[in-house]
Design a protein around this ligand. Sequence first.
Ligand SMILES: [Zn+2]
Length: 251
Amino acid sequence: MILFCGAVVFILSLKTPFVSEHPLIKLVLPSSTGLSSTQFKSHFYEEPEISLEKIHIQAFYLVPETLQVNMPASWKDDFTKALIKIREFHSAQFKNSSNITFSLLETPVLTQDEIIASIPVGIDRPSRVDLTKIDQFIESKILTPGAFFYRSNFAEIPPGAFVVKLIFLEGPAALGAEGIAILSRSYFTDPVVNYGTSFLYHEFGHALGMPDLYDSESGETFSDGIMGSGRYRYIDYVHLDQDIKVKMGIK
Ligand SMILES: [Zn+2]
């Protein structure tokens, strides 16, 4: 009898945290706003006024004219699969509080080498990257009506969405800064690399303000999550770091 009562007390004491933490139960709880199934609003890293309820990715393949010969025939499929994968990862980690839509430009953006030269190679430190030139290039060559690479269905943005420009680059690069991420095409087509989508999410994370959780000078790692050493693991076996979730409003 005593043991039985003890068990009841134990279960009751667990009940509250269990309900608030369990994702399936959360879905059936009535929403206070009626707008969302969750009880919180996710937002840009440490910036509660910038909502991430809706994120729209404008993705395209940037190819220097001299490297056209390296374009794999499967690039659209490869990039689409990677985008779907990071959308699934993001949705799960943000507990469905942040929804990603994306569009992939139907044509590769061929360009002269000068603009590519403005992209820092192998640098993964958002605070030290100046992407003004590439940003101006995107605005003038792709997003301005009448421009050679302009497509209205690509340029359109869902109302209220936070926009991330995502560049798959033919050439070496892996970096992200607020609103923009750049990653080499080879991450998605090299058969020995199985962590390409993790790296893509890592750089996308920088575009949402997330910091690195490793020291780029010493290599010292502060987390095994995707912003730390987890970027080198297949995306199904990695998570978004808890400290970062807290600073993005995820409860
Ligand atoms: Zn990084």
